[in-house]
Design a protein around this ligand. Sequence first.
Ligand code: UD1
Length: 371
Amino acid sequence: MKKNKIKIIIVAAARPNFMKVAPLLKEIKKHKKIKPILVHTGQHYDYQMSGVFFKELGVPKPGYNLGVKAGLHGEQTGKTMIEFEKVCLKEKPDLVIVVGDVNATLACALVAAKLHIKVAHIEAGLRSRDMSMPEEINRILTDHISDYLFTTEDEANKNLLKEGINKKKIFFVGDIMVDSLRLAQKKIKKINILNKFGFKKKNYIFLTMHRPSNVDNKKILTSLLQTLNIISQKLPIIFPIHPRTKDRIKRFNLDNKLKNKNIILTSPLSYSETVYLLINARLIITDSGGIQQETTSLGVPCLTIRENTERPITITQGTNVLCGYNQNKIIKETNKILAGKQKKSKIPKYWDGHTAERIIKMLNNNLLSIK
Ligand code: UD1
């Protein structure tokens, strides 16, 4: 039987997606029978939030940019669906690959499923059990309309099985972000960013904070900024500030809480700058999902300022400690780490830099057999 080319659309939308699609696109290049089409939905559009990642990760220019920027959830999701449907109707792909849990992940999976195009979800099965998070809604719905569910940890496999998903659809392949991380670690030696901020290795805290649950609520944001001011008296904090957080600090008139020479604010950093600062930090404080995974992969202590995590393996096996918004808990855990009492950790199974290889091999075998 003659085997035709497999056409795969890969969707990227927001900052945490770019390091997940880069290894896939690299791996696909080795397979002559696969034709990839990259679609950027436009959810993140600034050079600092998008362009620089394409450049550093060697991601080719997208075949399509849907130009859907920020908006209310319904608006952003709906506009993405309208534009993505046009691309699917024109290109008639055999498969759409979506990654992570942003609004475009759900929007594009839904369009494909309704057009009877197969859907693969990378980073499937993660659950925070917190339905107030837009990402949790995106995760659950995307998983239930996907045909191939690629998971990062065993807990995710269990979640999917509990929700009644057929085990034949589930593939435990590890964490694709680690593929990009390991590549970056090899290349990164020459960066001069510590001098730029006047830091020494292991002598600063790296902070990221942008979750709506932390920054959209004035009381919680005020309390977190107060906590950070206290912590910064022990070790300086570098804080690359996300556009959402910057906007909320201004809107809530909280700029005065950041007038502290030990909290160094900067605009969003590039991927290699971020990885370098993660590797060399004494401690990371974050509410990001991706950074919980990256710190576990790097063996760097991480305090997560959230009430829950959809990535429990970073706690049971990794370096992560869940602190919620509780000032006492965050300070207590910071003190422990600064006193050298870091928890023991290990790198989870398949977080080895070869996840893209496993995914593409499986898809290649599976899709070629039905062509
Ligand atoms: C989105 C994702 C979140 C992810 C985060 C990473 C959803 C529901 N949320 O949240 O899961 O952790 O990205 O950054 O999909 N903005 C800019 N420049 C840009 C992009 C955004 O200024 O390049 C501004 C927007 O105008 C908006 C704000 O940042 O005011 C938030 O952007 P949005 O895409 O709505 O959500 P994020 O908070 O970034």
